[in-house]
Design a protein around this ligand. Structure first.
Ligand code: PEP
Ligand code: MN
Length: 261
């Protein structure tokens, strides 16, 4: 079924900034969560200067514990809007709830569906009826087939501008937060023709592993990476352990430009 939905569609994603997929490699970088204006502005300016072409930042955060920081929500979206305008960079941010659709649509260039919502069918149907590209993260316990079917839920509404994001799956591996399934990259590309971006930050949960897994992602044929970057990871309100410092992000991009992309 997926082949019929996606084949001959010539998936081409155009961001207003001039970035097109599959022509350009997506380097999506930014904090896990928007924590304040200066935090996002400093990060956006830095990652753009170094070579990122999309800024990430969550305003609505799907946290495991209800007592953890839940994101700045509407205030975070306002910050994202101002920073996007000031730095002139397209942005991706997560939509967790259909009730927030209009607010997220207003600022996002790419709408992210998080791992925990990959099976939220009403949400998938909703983003399938609108015109912005959808960034569909793989459910943490989803098979490849289930992930493709989630993309079909979006595509049946008419929107085939879907970017598939491999972000690791749960296994018995005890050294990493998730197990990054890089074989999914060529499989998804073959099965659907959709672009695939890898998130080695959530895929490993370990800062030191982000660079090797980024290089491996491009070797596997990925169309891009999404990495978490924070001005001061030790003080991050979420996912500090997997967030790169500015220096580490620069080091990663130097390595990527020296051959991987
Ligand atoms: C995120 O990218 O902000 C995020 C919450 O990741 P995931 O949905 O993959 O856990
Ligand atoms: Mn995160």
């Amino acid at each position: 079924m997926s082949k019929e939905l996606f084949k001959n569609k010539d998936i081409k994603i155009n961001l207003k900034s001039g970035i097109t997929i599959p022509n350009d490699k997506l380097i999506i970088a930014g904090p896990c969560a928007i924590e304040g204006y200066n935090q996002l502005l400093d990060t956006a300016k830095f990652v753009k200067a170094i070579g990122a072409n999309v800024l990430r930042g969550g305003a609505y955060k799907p946290r495991t514990s209800p007592f953890s920081f839940q994101g700045m929500k509407e205030e975070g979206l306002e910050i994202l809007k101002s920073v996007k305008k000031e730095v002139k960079i397209p942005v991706v941010t997560e939509l967790m709830d259909v009730r927030d659709f209009d607010k997220v649509y207003d600022v996002a260039d790419i709408i992210q569906i998080g791992s925990r919502n990959m099976h939220n069918f009403p949400l998938l149907v909703e983003v399938g009826k609108q015109d912005k590209p959808v960034f569909l993260k793989r459910g943490m316990s989803a098979t490849i087939d289930e992930w493709i079917k989630a993309a079909e839920y979006i595509a049946i509404g008419g929107n085939t501008n879907i970017i598939m994001c491999e972000r690791g799956i749960r296994t018995y591996n005890d050294y990493t937060r998730n197990t990054l399934d890089l074989a999914a990259v060529p499989i998804i590309k073959k099965e659907t023709g959709l672009p695939v971006v890898v998130d080695p930050s959530h895929g490993t949960g370990v800062r030191e592993l982000v660079k090797p897994m980024s290089l491996a992602s491009f070797a596997a044929g990925a169309d891009g990476i999404m990495v978490e970057v924070h001005p001061n990871p030790k003080n991050a309100l979420s996912d500090g352990k997997q967030s790169l410092t500015f220096d580490e992000f620069e080091d990663l991009l130097i390595s990527l430009k020296n051959g991987a992309i």
